[in-house]
Design a protein around this ligand. Sequence first.
Ligand code: 9WN
Length: 434
Amino acid sequence: MQGHHPRQPVGRRAMQASKAAEPVRGARRTGKARVEAPFVSLERACIDLLRANDRGGYTVPSPRLYPHQWAWDSAFAAIGWAHIDLDRAVTELELLMQGQWPDGRIPHIRFHKPSADYFPGPDFWGTRDRSSITQPPVWASAARRLLELGGDGRRIRALLGPIDRSHQFFRIARDPLGYDAVAVVHPWESGLDNSPAWDSAMAAIDPTKAPPFQRVDKKRVGDPSQRPTDDHYKRYVVLVKAIADSDFGPGPLAVYDPMMTAILARAEEDLEWLADQLGHSELERGRGTRLCSGLMSRLYNPALERFSYYDAAAGERLEVDVVGAYLPAMLDLPVSARVLERLRQSYWTEWPLPSTSPEHPEFDPVRYWRGPTWVNVNWLVADRLPGLKERTLELIERSGFCEYFNPLTGEGLGAREFSWTAALALDWLRGCAM
Ligand code: 9WN
């Protein structure tokens, strides 16, 4: 695994590369010199947005819809902060890791302050100040970027033990069949909450078991049709309660997720790199390679040239045509080139990448993860899909720092002033890539 994929140059060279990089490269395709100016101001706008969403050490994903610290959002924000203020970037990861459960899990939400602006709060989770599920573990990859850009090695080194334990949690608690892959226990854990990937497993969850609750999210976006349905929300809530009732164990849902597995494989590789750089000798090696083998042997479907999901509770393979089924191509797998080709063939809409295939019967270009384009997904795979970074920057410049975008029209959707959209755009503008 190590060093086989095109990555950023490290240390000082990364800084030079970022300064020397031409942020306007994408715009130049239009051949108009004057398009440079908006990109310069886009960079300024990214910085201003992260500063505005800073709550003193952590960054809220968006001020109105998501007023707490979310795990993968925070790691993406740290990558943005790394281009503004490296110490502030390290603080972001420190606060994230401080929320760690004793068993190693990093909660997907850390509630620093009470807020009536988000449901469910800690009382619903049955905790004091954090959720009981985790999220795609991008924090090792973020820590790597911080060190590459010159962050304080002593502070970053102190994060490696907690990061290591957070990775081990997946093997201990999220691999019920011993597949060397990750099974999520709640759609929110995947980060791609409302993807059709979860529909068949969620069909087994009884929505009538949900206790009474009031959604806040629908009031926070202009158009509720961009958010999950009430039926889905009831099932999410039933799962939250089931996890609390099982003493924060897994609950009734377990779906192997190729995208989550790929993100952890990349994170393991980045953790090994950090351990080498910073002299953290106690790290167990080879976990990333094992996850790659798990992906290939358990989840790859050669006929479809993409990856499958696997419902461990039902014992059923799920062939769902969603973007996560292609995301393992962000790794150096023997099939990555073929999978990327498929992804390009089926997902290159006007404003790629849609989160669900336009051919899928559930494709909906405006509803949350059921069709819209998301910047973080694009960022994860953009260095392997020429043109994707440039097109995504054009999209942001045109429609703003939205949470997601209509993949057909480019219309901005969901929350506004969304942190990871700005943070990852800034990473690109400074010449970096996943
Ligand atoms: C539930 C914060 C989070 C992201 C997820 C995204 C959305 C939350 C929600 O917002 O999920 O965790 O309430 O919809 O799907 O990826 O981390 O931005």
